[in-house]
Write a protein that binds this ligand. Structure first.
Ligand code: SF4
Length: 267
C-alpha cells in the first residue's frame, strides 16, 4: 500500500513487501508489527497474513504511476534486505527506482550484512538513499557495512535510541536521524544522549534531523531540542539530483566533492 506518510523525514511510503521478523532490541516494539496486526484485524487484504513476510508483486511498479516528484520511504512495513526476500525481487524494486528517476527513494535496513553482500549486484542511481538503523553501540558494525554501499546518500537512523553512543562513526555518512521510542511500553531516551550526537554531527558537518522525543504519548513530548527543531537534510544532493533529468545514469562518484556535508541546510 502506498500512502502519504506521517513520518517527519519523508513524504510517502511504498511497500512492495509487508511483514518482517525481529533481529535486535530496536525491533521490540516494532511500529510496523503493531500496524500490520491492526490492519489485519480490519480485514485489509494486503495484511491477510498479518506481520508474516509477504511479497506484494502487484505494487513493484507503483511509483512509476506517480507523476509528481516525491520523497518515498521504501518498505516502511518491512525490511527490504530481509533474508527471505529473493534477490531477484530486490533487483526488481531497484529497477523501478532507476526508472522512476524523478522521485527520491529512502531505504532503511537492519540487515546490514545482507545489504553489503548484495550491494555490488544492484544499481545505485543518485535518487536512491540508503540507511541503516543503529539503536545502541552494539550495532555500530551496521555503519561499517553501509560504508561499503555506493549510495548517493548514506544515512543513519538512530531510532529508537536506547543507549548512549559516544563518537558515532560519521566518516562517509551524509545524514543522521535521531528519535526516541514511542507508543505503549516506550523505553526512555536521555536528552544528553541526543545532544552528544547532535553536537558531534554539527562538529563533523553532517546534517542532523531530530525526529521526536517519543514516549507513550509522543504528541506531548514533541520534537524541540534545546528550544528549536532540527530538520537538516542533505539538500545539496536533492538540488543536484533535480538539476537535470534523467538522474538514473549518475551515481555517488559524480557528486561534487563534499556537497552533502558542506551544504547542509535546515528546512
Ligand atoms: S527490522 Fe524493522 S520492520 Fe523488521 S521487525 Fe525490526 S523494526 Fe520491525
Amino acid at each position: 500500500m502506498a500512502q502519504s506518510s506521517g513520518i517527519e523525514w519523508t513524504d510517502s511510503t511504498w511497500n512492495p513487501v509487508t511483514g518482517c521478523t525481529k533481529v535486535s532490541p530496536g525491533c521490540k516494539h516494532c511500529y510496523a508489527e503493531r500496524m500490520a496486526i491492526r490492519l489485519s484485524g480490519m480485514n485489509q487484504p494486503r495484511y491477510r497474513n498479518g506481520f508474516e513476510l509477504t511479497l506484494q508483486h502487484d505494487l513493484v511498479r507503483l511509483p512509476l504511476r506517480w507523476r509528481q516528484p516525491r520523497t518515498i520511504f521504501v518498505n516502511s512495513m518491512s525490511d527490504l534486505f530481509h533474508e527471505d526476500i529473493p534477490e531477484p525481487f530486490i533487483a526488481e524494486v531497484f529497477d523501478t527506482m532507476v526508472a522512476a528517476h524523478w522521485h527520491t527513494f529512502q531505504i532503511l535496513t537492519k540487515r546490514a550484512d545482507r545489504l553489503a553482500e548484495t550491494a555490488g549486484r544492484l544499481p545505485w542511481p543518485i535518487n536512491v538513499w540508503m540507511g541503516v538503523s543503529v539503536e545502541s553501540p552494539r550495532y555500530l558494525h551496521r555503519v561499517e557495512r553501509l560504508r561499503q554501499v555506493p549510495a548517493a546518500v548514506r544515512f543513519l537512523s538512530v531510532e529508537p535510541l536506547l543507549a548512549r553512543i559516544p563518537l558515532l562513526p560519521l566518516t562517509g555518512i551524509d545524514w543522521v536521524i535521531v528519535g526516541g521510542e514511542s507508543g505503549p511500553g516506550a523505553r526512555p531516551m536521555e536528552g544528553d544522549w541526543v545532544r552528544e550526537i547532535r553536537d558531534w554531527c554539527v562538529d563533523s558537518e553532517v546534517p542532523f534531523f531530530f525526529k521526536q522525543w517519543g514516549g507513550v504519548r509522543k504528541g506531548r513530548t514533541g520534537r524541540l531540542l534545546d528550544g528549536r527543531t532540527w530538520d537538516e537534510m542533505p539538500l545539496a544532493v536533492l538540488r543536484w539530483q533535480h538539476a537535470d533529468s534523467p538522474s538514473s545514469a549518475r551515481t555517488r562518484t559524480d557528486l561534487p566533492v563534499r556537497t552533502t556535508q558542506a551544504d547542509a541546510v535546515s528546512i
